[in-house]
Design a protein around this ligand. Sequence first.
Ligand code: G16
Length: 548
Amino acid sequence: MDTQALNAAIRPTQPIAGQRPGTSGLRKKVTVFQQPPYLQNFVQSIFDALDGKSGQTLVVGGDGRFFNDQAIQIIVRMALANGFGRVLVGRHGILSTPAASCVIRGRRAFGGIILSASHNPGGPEGDFGIKYNAGNGGPAPEKLTDAIYAHTLSIQRYLTLETPEVDLSTLGTTAFGPATVEVIDPVAEYADLMASLFDFAALRRLLASGFRLRFDAMHAVTGPYAQELLVRRLGAPADSMAGGTPLPDFGGGHPDPNPTYAADLVQALSGAGAPDFGAASDGDGDRNMILGRDFIVTPSDSLAVLAANAHLVPAYAGGLAGVARSMPTSMAVDRVAQALGIPCFETPTGWKYFGNLLDSGQITLCGEESAGTGSNHVREKDGLWAVLFWLSVVAARNQSVEAIVRDHWRRFGRNVYSRHDYEGVDSAAAAGLMTHLRSRLASLPGQALAGSTVAAADDFAYTDPVDGSVSTGQGIRVVLADGSRLVFRLSGTGTEGATLRVYLERFEPDAARHGVPTQEALAPLIDAAESLAGIAQRTGRSSPTVVT
Ligand code: G16
């Protein structure tokens, strides 16, 4: 064990405007975080909002994007100066978001700081982000993020150590006075957790049978995790991996696993000679995309299929306590829950809203339309977990991805679903559009829309069933009598202007119509969204930036 002195110092500072955490922590351009004391102020505000941290363990890690290494150095020294007794850091400052959650829980840490802007681009001109996860391993609840924000408005000083950089390249422990910094293997504990959930022998047999997979890590954090799990432990050939080397700028790409930004993977899965299974994960490893040959699984369908097949996975063979989805996620999983006779909860967008339901044992699986699926094994959505789950279902059912989804639709009906994103919209125009929609809500019920009538329209509000906390203004929801839905909300994760998201959903019970192309099946709803919100006129956009 190396030993260094604990030379704490108090540095004066003052509030910086605009440090309000969004859907998933604070996200801004790298150039903003690089200007001292922007990062320092937010980190100190986190620590000031935490009671009882003295002598406790803090986990620190990030997705390896540009500025990750420098930010980690700043945070580790501040954590020590603020009285944490032990800081656990992934080697080179790397931890995927689900791995960080796994380590917080496994080591019974007080909490953790995760550095990532998720699926947003990286590099010197890209995005950066920071969030605090509590001792349950999950994103800080709204009460805590509100308290952190309040501290950013009154901060006057931050605490740090006057020490040289901490060596984060070597596994092991360094003492700083009474405290320690331990550099840990970022992959091992997470990989062991996965091995405890799934039947790895069955997965090895699948991969030895000639079944071919392609995993695209998009030059982001999951490269080493996928290498360990898919290649080393499960025996997939090394060339099953694409984008497996993590790069600080993600190779100039946009590490968002959707058909637009993972177009290479979609292409690789096309045609007769394509692999049987494709998957990708995002910047910090919590999102996933699943593909079969010539077939893309939508995230909402993925959640429903996993819930319907959970009994095939050892960790869930005993049954699911319940499931949950974010409000804009399609209602496909609701149908599965009904068939299984288990509760289905509808929460606001943001993984933090699943925390209490998972902690109280009311749900086992949960997911979101934004390419996130997860379970009670950690308190974050988990990209590689979803890949292993899907492979387990394929192995147990001995069917292709496409056959599994089509069978699912035949059994439960198909919730035809799409999200239209208008990115980089003028913020005032986007806010005006939402205000306009809110002003129309009361008059909508009973009106004819998209070949049906409006049954209900509201601005979604949620009361947490565990602690009673109320979250309002979570998105405009228009529900039609035929079960179709239109949802409008503004993204909480963008860093430039506003992103308007329009979510479109229509239930199709008739199997003969399950093959109708999605945008065609949704055309009346797409028109209705335009007529309700006046998107083109208010934003100047005649078509969405991204359609998923
Ligand atoms: C974050 C949250 C997710 C949420 C998503 C929504 O994802 O962790 O729970 O669904 O934001 O994003 P938006 O507000 O842009 O619709 P991530 O992967 O960015 O951390």
